[in-house]
Design a protein around this ligand. Structure first.
Ligand SMILES: C[S@@+](CC[C@H](N)C(=O)[O-])C[C@H]1O[C@@H](n2cnc3c(N)ncnc32)[C@H](O)[C@@H]1O
Length: 403
C-alpha cells in the first residue's frame, strides 16, 4: 500500500489508504481487509519487540543523539544556523506560552501544573518550563547521555532558585526510555499522576516508523492528560517535504541546500503510511533517519486516545500569526539576524532583504538567511486538546469531542 503525501490529494487518498490500517477498536468490523494491521498490544514489550514493532531505526537515532556533543557558546555563534536555532527556540516558546496560558485560565492560583517533556533531549526547554511557573516536570528521552545532561541542567536551575527569593521551584523526574515502545506512566514516580501539558518538540516523527510505535507514542502523549489539558508538538511537515521533492525534478530522491538535506532511499512514488523513511541532515546537529508523518493519520491516532486537533500551523504561518505578541521575545532570543540592507547587495542569501525593504534603505532588518528560512519552514506546530470522557459498559472510554 502506498500513500499520497501531497496536501491537496492527501485527505481523499487517506480515506482509501487507511482502510488497510486499523487505528481504533471500533473500526475493526469495516470490511475485514486482508492486509489489515492488527491493533498493537502496547501493554508489554516482548524480547523480540523490535521485530514485531518494526522499530529497526531507534538504536541508530539513540546512538546519534548520545554521541552528539554540545557545542560551546563560541562555536554556536559561528554556526551557519545560529539564528535559525534561536528562531526555532522562539517558536517553541510561543507554543508553550500559548497553551500554558490556556491551561492557567482553567486553574486557580496555587493549583499544580504538571508537564511531560517527551523526548526532552538535553533539556533545551527547561528554562521555558521554569518561566511558565510549573510545579512538576517529567523529562524522558531515548538517549541516556542527553537525559543525564538534562538532569544536571535542572539541578543548576533548582540550585539558583533555592538561593533566590523569587525563583520558582519545581520538582522534576528524569528517565531514559523509548517513548515509542514503553508505556511511560509505568515509569513515573506516581503512575496515577494527572498531567496538564505534554510537549514533544522536534521528535514525534520518529514514531512514524511503524503503527505500533506511533500508537504507543500517541497513547503516552494522551493517557495521563487531564480533560482540558493539551498535547503540543513541532515536527517536519510531510506535505512540504513532498512538495519540495517533486519540485526538485521527476526522478529526484533528494533536495536541500547548504544547511540541510533530505534524501529518500526507497521508491518515492509509493511511500507507505508508516516507515516512509528519509535521511535528514542538518548542519552540525542532526544526521539520522526520520519518517514522514501522514497528518490525517496523526489526527486519527489522536482521536483514538481522546485528543482533538485544535491547531496545525506551518512555522511560516505561526511566525506570522504570533509575531505581534512575540516580537520582543524574538529579539531577546536573537531569533533573527540583524542585517544592513546595503550590505546585502551581492549576497544571494539575503536577496529577499533587498526586495522587501524598499524605501527603508539604511535601517537594519531582522531576518534569516535564505538557507535557514528554507530549513525552518520544513516544520509545523500542532496542538491537541484532551477531551472529557465517560465509559461504556465494557469499560471503553467514550470521548466527548467538540466537533
Ligand atoms: C531534535 S531532538 C529534540 C530535543 C528536544 N525536544 C528539543 O526540542 O530540544 C530529538 C530528540 O528526540 C529523541 N528521540 C528520538 N527517538 C526517540 C524515542 N523513540 N523515544 C524517546 N526519545 C526519542 C532524541 O534522542 C532527541 O533527543
Amino acid at each position: 500500500m502506498s500513500v499520497n503525501y501531497e496536501q491537496s490529494a492527501a485527505d481523499d487518498k487517506f480515506a482509501q489508504a487507511h482502510q488497510a490500517v486499523r487505528l481504533s477498536d471500533d473500526e475493526g468490523s469495516d470490511d475485514g481487509a486482508d492486509n489489515e494491521v492488527a491493533a498493537p498490544n502496547l501493554l508489554g514489550n516482548t524480547a523480540n519487540e523490535e521485530e514485531t514493532s518494526g522499530a529497526a531505526n531507534t538504536h541508530v537515532v539513540a546512538h546519534h543523539y548520545n554521541e552528539l556533543k554540545e557545542a560551546g557558546r563560541k562555536e554556536r555563534h559561528k554556526s551557519k544556523i545560529y539564528f535559525m536555532r534561536n528562531f526555532n527556540n522562539w517558536i517553541k516558546s510561543q507554543l508553550i506560552n500559548e497553551y500554558m496560558a490556556l491551561i492557567k485560565q482553567q486553574k486557580r492560583i496555587g493549583d499544580a501544573l504538571r508537564v511531560l517533556d517527551m523526548c526532552c533531549g538535553k533539556g533545551g526547554d527547561l528554562l521555558k518550563w521554569d518561566k511558565a511557573a510549573i510545579s512538576h516536570l517529567i523529562c524522558t528521552d531515548i538517549a541516556e547521555v542527553s537525559v543525564e545532561q538534562c538532569k544536571r541542567r535542572y539541578d543548576d536551575i533548582a540550585q539558583r532558585a533555592n538561593k533566590s527569593k523569587f525563583g520558582n521551584k519545581f520538582t522534576a523526574e528524569f528517565f531514559a526510555c523509548d517513548s515509542t515502545m514503553v508505556r511511560l506512566r509505568e515509569r513515573y514516580k506516581d503512575a496515577s499522576l494527572q498531567l496538564n501539558l505534554v510537549s514533544c518538540q522536534f521528535a514525534f516523527h520518529y514514531c512514524f516508523e511503524s503503527l505500533v510505535q506511533a500508537d504507543c507514542m500517541m497513547r503516552n502523549a494522551a493517557e495521563c492528560l487531564q480533560p482540558g489539558g493539551f498535547f503540543i508538538a513541532t515536527m517536519p511537515d510531510a506535505y512540504e517535504i513532498i512538495r519540495r521533492l517533486k519540485a526538485a525534478g521527476p526522478d529526484a530522491r533528494s533536495f536541500g541546500n547548504d544547511v540541510y538535506n533530505i534524501e529518500f532511499e526507497g521508491d518515492v512514488d509509493s511511500l507507505p503510511l508508516f516507515g516512509a523513511k528519509y535521511q535528514f541532515h542538518l548542519e552540525g546537529v542532526v544526521d539520522c533517519p526520520e519518517f514522514l508523518v501522514h497528518f490525517p493519520t496523526l489526527v486519527k491516532l489522536g482521536r483514538k486516545y481522546g485528543l482533538q486537533l485544535v491547531r496545525r500551523s506551518t512555522f511560516a504561518e505561526y511566525y506570522k500569526e504570533t509575531l505581534p505578541q512575540g516580537r520582543q521575545l524574538l529579539q531577546r532570543m536573537y531569533g533573527l539576524e540583524s542585517v544592513q540592507p546595503q550590505r546585502c547587495a551581492n549576497d544571494e542569501q539575503f536577496a529577499h532583504v533587498r526586495k522587501t525593504v524598499g524605501t527603508q534603505r539604511g535601517r537594519p532588518v531582522g531576518t534569516l538567511s535564505k538557507s535557514e528560512w528554507e530549513a525552518t519552514t520544513l516544520y509545523l506546530v500542532c496542538a491537541f486538546k484532551k477531551c472529557k470522557n465517560s465509559w461504556d459498559a465494557n469499560g471503553k472510554p467514550l470521548f466527548e469531542f467538540d466537533d
